[in-house]
Design a protein around this ligand. Structure first.
Ligand code: MAN
Length: 350
């Protein structure tokens, strides 16, 4: 097995203790899974900040936004037999799932792509309305012409869906509601239209019959989606045996659209793989990784809030260099680079 990534020696480049929580009531548990874009000659990351209330002995307290969009804390006794706390990300009480943390999205900018500073002048994004009452997560940012499209996971007691917002200046945002209803996440837009049509990758889940597979959809306007096709399923015995989902927007190469995706096993080990999609009809898969191109190996990837995870949904491309930003063990923001040529060789297309 060959890990093709070069990890940045400054990793993690952002950790929970580097920034302040959104209120004195909250503690930051995780900084993870940033969307990435260029704006005003700088590199920007839109980081998922996952917080939870200070915990009291003997109880588990979890945050939600109520109907008035105010933060409300629900507390459960730790010894209550109806409570299941096996997964640090989700608790189940009497058959209902709740997230242990609530996430918002915060903007940071950088000159060199390694040292990031929090932005004072731009808006951080918080979950708003009934479909975001458990927060918003894992935003992909796609720039098409002069518009930024933000596709993110919207979580609530209605389920997990994909929300869309657009902005030109990162001050004024337009909300377009839920574009892929529950259960769906990991939505990445292509950064240019193909034959006049918008394309997006997305990940519906159908666990009883079917699974957590990668799909593609088309749209005439980037808002309304149809002609859905499944392009990649899970593969027994491989790094993507249990679930897979798109990373950031596909990268256009002379050989096809290169998509870096995450694949997870039954034991929740998250690795990265690559797919190559036809330039003219990206529902056609030309090649796919047999082995991961990156796997959790560094200590900060193996141990943390949820260990054994590398998860990316943002990158920049500079010539042959693909610089990914990624969440490590759901706790830290890290950076690594790849040679695009090497990934294409790994896919055996060159
Ligand atoms: C899911 C998502 C991600 C997270 C991974 C690993 O795919 O919730 O945000 O990083 O699980 O926990």
């Amino acid at each position: 097995m060959k890990d093709l990534s070069k990890r940045n020696p400054n990793n993690p480049i952002l950790s929970p203790e580097d920034i302040s929580p959104s209120s004195s009531q909250m503690v930051i548990e995780c900084l993870l899974n940033p969307g990435v874009f260029s704006f005003n000659n700088k590199i920007w990351i839109l980081v998922r900040v996952a917080e939870r209330p200070h915990q009291k002995h003997g109880t588990v307290s979890i945050p939600i936004y109520n109907e008035n969009e105010a933060l409300e804390v629900l507390s459960f006794r730790i010894d209550d037999p109806k409570l299941n706390t096996e997964d640090p990300r989700v608790i189940n009480y009497d058959g209902t799932d709740y997230l242990t943390t609530i996430s918002h999205l915060r903007l940071f900018h950088s000159e060199d792509g390694v040292i990031f500073e929090e932005s004072d002048n731009h808006k951080n994004l918080f979950g708003k309305g009934k479909y975001e009452s458990y927060g918003i997560e894992d935003c992909r940012v796609a720039q098409l012409d002069n518009m930024y499209y933000l596709t993110y996971t919207a979580v609530s007691d209605y389920g997990v869906g994909v929300g869309l917002q657009t902005t030109k200046d990162w001050i004024h945002f337009k909300k377009h509601g839920i574009i892929f209803p529950p259960h769906n996440k990991d939505c990445a837009l292509f950064t240019s239209k193909i034959n006049g049509t918008y394309y997006a990758l997305h990940r519906p889940s159908s666990p009883q019959i079917g699974g957590h597979y990668l799909w593609i959809a088309q749209s005439p306007d980037g808002r309304h989606w149809g002609n859905h096709k499944c392009i990649a399923k899970t593969r027994p015995g491989k790094f993507d045996s249990q679930r897979l989902g798109a990373g950031a927007s596909p990268i256009k190469t002379p050989y096809g659209w290169l998509e870096i995706y995450h694949g997870a096993t039954e034991t929740h080990r998250y690795c990265l793989g690559a797919l190559l999609l036809d330039l003219n009809d990206p529902s056609i898969v030309i090649a796919r990784s047999e082995e991961p191109i990156m796997e959790p190996l560094a200590p900060y990837e193996k141990q943390g809030f949820f260990g054994n995870v590398v998860f990316t949904n943002g990158h920049i491309v500079k010539g042959d260099s693909l610089i990914i930003y990624y969440g490590a063990s759901d706790q830290y923001v890290c950076q690594a680079s790849f040679s695009i040529q090497e990934i294409l060789e790994h896919l055996k297309v060159i």
